[in-house]
Design a protein around this ligand. Structure first.
Ligand SMILES: NC(=O)c1ccc[n+]([C@@H]2O[C@H](COP(=O)([O-])OP(=O)(O)OC[C@H]3O[C@@H](n4cnc5c(N)ncnc54)[C@H](O)[C@@H]3O)[C@@H](O)[C@H]2O)c1
Ligand SMILES: [Zn+2]
Ligand SMILES: [Zn+2]
Length: 361
């Protein structure tokens, strides 16, 4: 029997979000219904609301979540009711060309639930990133549920479902940051700070945080930055070179998503170094670089989707490190809020007042 729960929808382009009654079907084959306990507010939810992702309104927002599996459909064996899980947007298929080549973190055919959640009048909802977790319960593909140690606080665990995983993974998976490396991170929001925390975890010798907001630089320090640069006052390329013996950093992580900060990343890296773009640009943005510099500086220019994570491999490991006190995921939670406060949380995000607001259910 389908259930009715409360959820936050974005009804149309740039319209305020609102709490509505959502109809959640019973899980069909390969699906699971999850009782959501906590869901972080991510920049991508705001992009959905603004119509920046696609026009499939109304959206059921929220995708950075943790909760407890309530029911599973036929053929589901990896999770059972009662399991504590983080929801992921990379339920790998095992059959696409990326999976077949042994690179499932690039999976091009990830699974979502096949049935639709709806409003009470039958209007179909588009769940953000195939999740839709600003809701008391949500329907997902069972593969989107990743079991982790249930002793972790849900508001902390949920963050690994998107932004924090994207940042940590940009450093340790995509950037391959290792012991002794010098790293610079441009843009110290939730994603950039996670890249800093990931670099510290990986043993980076020097971690340079760059932002235009001193409040962000202060937090970046507590996450593991060894040096900070306010790029409103100081040329960040010069500053990073100076801090790295005149050479530039081994790995530069761009966590803003703009051409000018990408260029800074490009020139602030050492010869044969790596640039990782984890910030998401908008469609009209263009990048111009001398091709000779692209060639002459060597190294690699990479993009990082979801931190090249494999949820089944990375989520339980990072939660364990957190529980051992080696990765302070709690530091990313600025505030916990109610389902009715999502619109306010977007405003606070826009003003740079928060790393993460987390809705508690
Ligand atoms: N690749 C992925 O899979 C993935 C996943 C989640 C989020 N993201 C993207 O990562 C980016 C960052 O997300 P977030 O949640 O940390 O956002 P955020 O808004 O919290 O942080 C952005 C930070 O960049 C700083 N900034 C803005 N302009 C700057 C400039 N010119 N120079 C230096 N710093 C500047 C801001 O002060 C802020 O601290 C976004 O583009 C988001 O869409 C990517
Ligand atoms: Zn695949
Ligand atoms: Zn997100």
């Amino acid at each position: 029997m389908a259930q009715e729960v409360r959820g936050v929808i974005a009804p149309g382009k740039d319209e305020p979000v609102r709490v509505e009654t959502i109809v959640v079907p019973d899980p069909g084959p390969g699906e699971a219904v999850v009782q959501v306990q906590a869901c972080g507010v991510c920049h991508t939810d705001l992009h959905y609301k603004q119509g920046g992702i696609n026009d499939d309104f109304p959206f059921l927002l929220g995708h950075e979540a943790a909760g407890v599996v309530e029911a599973v459909g036929d053929g589901v064996s990896d999770v059972v009711p009662g399991d504590f899980v983080i929801l992921n947007w990379r339920a790998v298929c095992g059959q696409c060309r990326a999976c077949l080549r042994g690179r499932p973190w690039y999976c091009f055919a990830t699974h979502n639930a096949t049935q639709k959640m709806t409003l009470t009048d039958g209007t179909e909802l588009s769940p953000a990133l195939g999740i839709g977790a600003f809701a008391e319960k949500t329907l997902v593909a069972a593969g989107q549920c990743t079991k982790v140690d249930p002793t972790v606080a849900p508001q902390v665990a949920g963050l690994l479902g998107c932004g924090v995983m994207a940042g940590i993974g940009a450093a340790i998976n995509t950037g391959n940051v290792g012991r002794g490396d010098t790293v610079a991170v441009i843009g110290c929001g939730g994603v950039g700070d996670a890249a800093i925390a990931g670099s510290r975890l990986a043993g980076a010798a020097k971690i340079i945080a760059v932002d235009i907001d001193d409040r962000k630089l202060e937090t970046a320090r507590s996450m593991g930055a060894t040096h900070t640069v306010n790029s409103r006052q100081t040329d960040p390329v010069e500053a990073i070179r100076e801090l790295t013996g005149g050479f530039g950093a081994d790995v530069v992580i761009e966590a803003v998503g703009r051409p000018e900060t990408y260029k800074q990343a490009f020139y602030a890296r050492d010869l044969a170094g790596t640039v990782v773009l984890v910030g998401v640009p908008t469609p009209e943005m263009k990048l111009e670089l001398p091709l000779l510099d692209v060639f002459g500086r060597g190294g690699s220019l990479k993009s990082s989707w979801y931190g090249d994570c494999l949820p089944s491999r990375d989520f339980p490991m990072l939660i364990d490190l957190h529980l051992q006190g080696r990765l302070d995921l709690g530091a990313f939670v600025t505030e916990t809020i109610e389902l009715t406060d999502v619109e306010k949380a977007f405003e606070r995000m826009h003003h740079g007042d928060v790393l993460r607001s987390v809705v508690m259910l």
